[in-house]
Write a protein that binds this ligand. Structure first.
Ligand SMILES: *[C@@H]1O[C@H](CO)[C@@H](O)[C@H](O)[C@H]1NC(C)=O
Ligand SMILES: *[C@@H]1O[C@H](CO)[C@@H](O)[C@H](O)[C@H]1NC(C)=O
Ligand SMILES: *[C@@H]1O[C@H](CO)[C@@H](O)[C@H](O)[C@H]1NC(C)=O
Ligand SMILES: [Zn+2]
Ligand SMILES: [Zn+2]
Length: 307
């Protein structure tokens, strides 16, 4: 093979790889269940726009909205209640609480995320309380943001600090090490100890990959959208969305198994979502993103267990 045909070959290969990447990207984007949000740019109170009802369902799912009159959930009216839910969302994510759908708010809402609600039962917030300081006549707003707990602060009993975990038989083998490492990381930073057992039925914590509707009242939504969830103590259930691309090593086309495990274990121990972006308990994740525990996460567990 001459050098000319060799370079022709490499250029063809390069083009092929680039086209593949573009198509993979397009495919991913067009299948995101949160895609409809993009068309709501600029919407505000008083408007009636197609797909507003989907935004209402979204904000209900994540704990921001609860209509007493259920007929309003299905209409496309941007009403008072929706505006106040958007405001609360913006406060939780440290954005300006305008109550309207600006580009910042929508791009945050469109990010793939954990499917556990940010506000549980309307009583607990992601605690991004804004403290008001009076300072030479002008008002300064200082944001104090940190960890949160589930409603009623459920936790494991004090005697139960040594927990077992198991994988559903048949679980993809490459998930075992990343999940085990995530448990190890939490053990190094808390009073908890974790050990793996083969006894799935009797384990304190059960890990599996599930798809779509899977019987626990919190269905997954295909590629993108919601990625994983886990329940508050002492339920012990941890589900990954089986329809996502998952990876053991950081990979720009997949979600990182260990990072999501760190997050979901936080829920299993009793943490809710945090509004600190660097915290593992921050609700959103990107393809290829890797993250570790943050001081906020460790303080949260210590506060919950009075340590
Ligand atoms: C709910 O809202 C609809 C539309 O505004 C209204 O017709 C209906 O009477 C309301 N139902 C209740 C129980 O308030
Ligand atoms: C939600 O709050 C209501 C009233 O405060 C309470 O009766 C109910 O048990 C709570 N539900 C959960 C799941 O915590
Ligand atoms: C955990 O909670 C889910 C959702 O409420 C429920 O379907 C499941 O049965 C619970 N599992 C246990 C072991 O309590
Ligand atoms: Zn979560
Ligand atoms: Zn589930």
């Amino acid at each position: 093979m001459g050098s000319q045909s060799l370079s022709f070959f490499s250029i063809t290969l390069l083009l092929f790889v680039m086209i593949q990447a573009v198509f993979a990207d397009l495919k991913h984007k067009s299948t995101s269940p949160f895609e409809y949000l993009q068309h709501l740019h600029g919407c505000h109170k008083g408007e009636n726009v197609k797909d507003i009802h989907k935004l209402k369902k979204y904000l209900e799912k994540f704990g921001y909205l609860s209509y007493k009159n259920k007929t309003h959930v299905d209409d496309d009216d941007f009403d008072e209640l929706l505006e106040s839910a958007v405001r609360t969302y913006q406060l939780n994510y440290n954005m300006k609480a305008t109550g309207s759908l600006d580009a910042n708010t929508l791009s945050k809402m469109m990010r793939p995320r954990c499917s556990v609600a940010d506000i549980v039962n309307g009583t607990s917030r992601m605690r991004s309380s804004r403290k008001r300081h009076h300072h030479s006549g002008s008002k300064l707003f200082h944001t104090v943001s940190h960890y949160s707990f589930f409603d009623g602060q459920p936790r494991w009993p004090a005697s139960k600090y040594s927990l077992t975990f198991a994988f559903l038989p048949g679980t993809r083998a490459d998930a075992i090490n990343p999940v085990s490492r995530a448990f190890q990381t939490w053990a190094e930073n808390t009073h908890f100890r974790f050990s793996r057992t083969e006894d799935y039925v009797n384990a304190d914590i059960r890990v599996s990959f599930e798809s779509g509707e899977h019987g626990d009242g919190s269905s997954f939504d295909g590629p993108g959208g919601t990625l994983a969830h886990a329940f508050a103590p002492t339920n012990g259930t941890f589900h990954y969305d089986a329809d996502e691309e998952w990876s053991v090593i950081a990979n720009p086309g997949a979600y990182h198994l260990e990072t999501l495990a760190l997050h979901e274990i936080g829920h299993l121990l009793g943490l809710g979502h945090s509004s600190i972006e660097g915290a593992i308990m921050y609700p959103t994740f990107s393809l290829g993103e890797t993250k570790g525990l943050h001081g906020d996460d460790i303080q949260g567990v210590n506060a919950l267990y009075n340590l």
